[in-house]
Design a protein around this ligand. Structure first.
Ligand code: G16
Ligand code: MG
Length: 215
């Protein structure tokens, strides 16, 4: 029986990808690296350092660990300027209704995000108290598709992994759920998430009961 719902952040709760893109674009320009919105797709769900390494690969550039860390900090400061301006209305359609309905029905809810900024983002969206557990990039050592983030989420909810399902917009996240022995609800287009157990365009016009009937 499913008792816990584990949610990815970027692409499921809020579209922060556009702010990551603007910040990476500004940094890439400083480094004279061409970086497009299409390239940005490759960064979804990927850690900050790995994202920068992908951008460096695009530019054919190699930097020392210290320099990479310095540029990642610069990028994050640019990104945070956008995040501090994030508005509650930017929560994706249907998310508040879906989460409130699930809470009322007794489901436990956790965040499972790669972002080290998840805390401030949830706070800007007034969602901190909606989550019973928040697992983010500050708490995990391994990136999706490793299941660590979701296994820790189940643990912090006090549930067995078999009692949890994952909501994810990235293939690496769906794989992380499966690697942890959990089912995954894909948020987005079926062709991008072929291995999701169910795929829906978003959390609007749907309830947890509807999904449980389909699983
Ligand atoms: C998010 C984004 C990624 C980003 C990562 C780390 O993951 O999808 O693009 O690189 O967080 O973010 P930060 O630089 O804030 O630590 P998720 O897991 O929420 O989809
Ligand atoms: Mg995501």
């Amino acid at each position: 029986e499913i008792k816990g719902l584990l949610f990815d952040l970027d692409g499921v709760i809020v579209d922060t990808a556009k702010y990551h893109y603007l910040a990476w674009k500004e940094l890439a320009e400083k480094l004279k690296i061409p970086f497009t919105e299409k390239d940005n797709e490759r960064l979804k769900g990927v850690s900050r350092m790995r994202s920068f390494e992908i951008i460096l690969e695009i530019g054919g550039l190699e930097l020392s660990k210290e320099e990479k860390e310095k540029y990642c900090t610069i990028k994050n400061n640019i990104y945070l300027e956008y995040i501090y301006k994030l508005k509650q209305e930017e929560v994706l359609p249907g998310v508040n209704e879906f989460l409130n309905d699930a809470r009322k029905k007794g489901y436990k809810i956790a965040l499972g995000s790669a972002s080290k900024n998840a805390g401030v983002i949830l706070s800007r969206l007034m969602l901190t108290d909606t989550f019973d557990a928040i697992i983010d990039g500050t708490k995990v050592n391994t990136a999706k598709p490793d299941p660590e983030v979701f296994l820790l989420g189940a643990k912090e909810l006090g549930l067995k992994k078999e009692a949890c399902i994952v909501f994810e917009d990235a293939k690496a996240g769906v794989d992380a759920a499966h690697n942890g022995g959990m089912k995954a609800i894909g948020i987005g287009r079926k062709e991008n998430l072929p291995n999701a157990d169910i795929c829906i365009p978003g959390l609007f016009h749907i309830t947890i009961d509807d999904l449980m009937n389909q699983l």
